[in-house]
Design a protein around this ligand. Structure first.
Ligand code: SF4
Ligand code: SF4
Length: 145
């Protein structure tokens, strides 16, 4: 099994810093691969990345929800912020810019997001296939350079 990063990831990056096998890779080009992605062939399913994600975007593969309920707001590094869902740039309906900072105070800029309303139900399971596509058809580990 593996863990999966879902589309509520806003590229904070904290997960990649704690992964003991360094199998979490930032998607690049960001416009096309806007999340971080986990290499299922290397992930040892330790769960260390889960509590590091301020957006609570990481799930064990078997628990990725098809009926995820939006929280409305979420506390990230001490600030209460609207929760968002993040898609490749140009995805219809995902045209809200997110400008934030990660846990190291670095700027995060995303152009393909939209706010997830409190109580809104979304299917996060398609992210599993996208995660695998990043390694099989996309840049995979070469995005690390
Ligand atoms: S910590 Fe969460 S928001 Fe940040 S890159 Fe990892 S999964 Fe995405
Ligand atoms: S579950 Fe463990 S090995 Fe897998 S991506 Fe998360 S930190 Fe890395």
């Amino acid at each position: 099994m593996t863990h999966i990063i879902t589309e509520i990831c806003l590229r904070d990056g904290g997960c990649a810093e704690v992964c003991p096998v360094e199998c979490i890779i930032p998607g690049k080009p960001q416009e096309e691969w806007p999340l971080y992605y986990i290499d299922r062939d290397t992930c040892i399913d330790c769960g260390a990345c889960v509590p590091e994600c301020p957006w609570e975007a990481i799930f064990p593969e078997e628990d990725v929800p098809s009926d995820y309920v939006g929280k409305g707001t979420i506390t990230v590094h001490g600030s209460v912020l609207p929760q968002r869902i993040n898609k490749p740039q140009g995805t219809p309906g995902f045209d809200q810019v997110y400008d934030g900072t990660n846990g190291r105070g670095e700027a995060v800029h995303l152009e393909g997001t939209r706010i997830l309303k409190k109580g809104e139900v979304v299917d996060l399971t398609p992210g599993t296939a996208l995660n695998d596509a990043f390694f099989q058809e996309g840049p995979g580990y070469s995005a690390k350079d």
